[in-house]
Ligand binder design. Structure first.
Ligand code: SF4
Length: 336
């Protein structure tokens, strides 16, 4: 973790990424023309990320964290709001601007095999982004490819350059994905569940590799995960997401030691004791499913599952952010 992790002591710094009231919605249509509504995958999210920090976005499947990641990558255009990256507004970027933008944001996907073109060998996989970004000269491209393979510990490079994805193990495939994400020397690296499809024995190695690269390059790392247990060791801050929104934010130790929002408390309780017979641990674990993002619940979106739901308040009014502890935000009426 970086020493200057809290946003308070970086307030004078220009953020690397400034996300302002971001909404990423997807129209849902029947038979191609009948509009059924909009899936509000990201619905009013604001935060800043600083250079060299490592943050984790945590939440259940369908909470909007991957849509948020893809918006930050420039793969989805915001429906409303904006992403300001290194002082430049995404909403003002044209085609060429977006191409340059994507070179500054690296992406590590969840499924390494699906992320790699099966008909390309490792050399070609790593050469493609360099060609697209106009890095001329075969020798220069070859030097950068070999350097990045060393960095992700696929060494010696000669053993891997001519291999196709199916000739590599899952861990080696993920190292190639990480190498491809790094080869254009991005300022921000987004890792979307980067170890969830790997064998348990390889997960720690890949997490350790990401951590070391982030530290060495002083990268900003945004780690997307449903698993709170993986973030303690390398994240500076955590953003807990629920139904398209960020419901709690704090530094990692503060949030894990003093969770405030009932949803975060439920996630942690489930983590602390997965035994369904333990009534104490289960007391705060919410039943039911995450809500539909087509028609999210009124008021606080967590109210249908919340054990502390206050009728007439939580189901009516949307809680804003409260600060129950210093530098710790929670969107819950309990902190009113
Ligand atoms: Fe629960 Fe109400 Fe807080 Fe929402 S606002 S998390 S329903 S107590």
């Amino acid at each position: 973790m970086s020493a200057s992790a809290t946003p308070a002591n970086r307030a004078a710094e220009q953020p690397l990424v400034d996300v302002r009231e971001l909404r990423t919605w997807f129209e849902l249509r029947q038979w191609g023309f009948l509009k059924l509504g909009s899936v509000k995958a990201v619905d009013g999210v604001s935060f800043s990320l600083y250079r060299g920090e490592s943050v984790a976005f945590v939440g259940e499947s369908g909470c909007g964290k991957s849509s948020l990641a893809r918006t930050l990558l420039g793969l989805h255009r915001p429906t409303e709001g904006d992403v300001v990256f290194e002082g430049e507004s995404m909403s003002r970027l044209g085609r060429r601007g977006m191409r340059d933008y994507r070179a500054r944001v690296g992406y590590v996907q969840q499924d390494p095999f699906g992320a790699l073109a099966p008909f390309m060998d490792v050399r070609r996989i790593l050469a493609e982004p360099l060609k697209v970004q106009g890095v001329r000269g075969r020798a220069e491209r070859e030097r950068r490819i070999r350097d990045v393979l060393e960095e992700v510990r696929l060494s010696p490079a000669d053993d891997y350059l001519r291999k196709f994805p199916h000739m590599l193990s899952g861990g080696q495939q993920q190292r190639v994905v990480i190498a491809r994400a790094l080869i254009l020397e991005p300022s921000l690296l987004i890792a979307d569940e980067p170890v969830s499809m790997l064998d348990a024995s390889v997960r720690v190695e890949i997490l350790d590799l990401l951590y070391r690269i982030q530290q060495k390059r002083e990268l900003t790392l945004a780690f997307i995960t449903h698993d709170l247990s993986t973030v303690r060791h390398f994240a500076d801050r955590i953003f807990v997401m629920y139904a398209g929104r960020v419901v709690e934010t704090a530094t990692v130790t503060e949030l894990l030691d003093h969770p405030q929002h009932p949803y975060t408390r439920a996630l942690l309780a489930a983590l602390a004791d997965p035994d369904p017979d333990n009534a104490l641990a289960m007391r705060e674990v919410p039943g039911g499913e995450a809500p539909s993002l087509l028609n999210p619940p009124s008021g606080c979106r967590f109210h249908p599952r919340c054990p502390r739901h206050m009728p007439g308040v939580c189901d009516v009014d949307d809680p804003g952010n409260f600060e129950p502890r210093p530098d710790h935000l929670s969107a819950c009426w309990l902190h009113r």
